[in-house]
Write a protein of this length. Structure first.
Length: 68
């Protein structure tokens, strides 16, 4: 699995995951880990991961999605 996007808000990551799923590209979300204590400000991001073979197909789809 390779990271293809990083989102500061979980809702943006969920939308991106849904876009990829609709295109038939399997993906997973992983919590973004930041150094230091876990606070509300530091704990809501997510990484979007896809199989390396799917990365070239996934990136153009995400290129049309601008996080809110």
């Amino acid at each position: 699995m390779v990271e293809i996007a990083r989102y500061g808000r979980r809702a943006d990551a969920e939308l991106a995951r849904a876009l990829l799923a609709a295109a038939g590209i399997p993906c997973i979300l992983s919590p973004e880990r930041r150094p230091g204590p876990v606070t509300a400000e530091a704990s809501r991001g997510a990484l979007l991961l896809v199989a390396e073979a799917d990365a070239d197909d996934a990136l153009p789809i995400l290129g049309h999605h601008e996080p809110g």
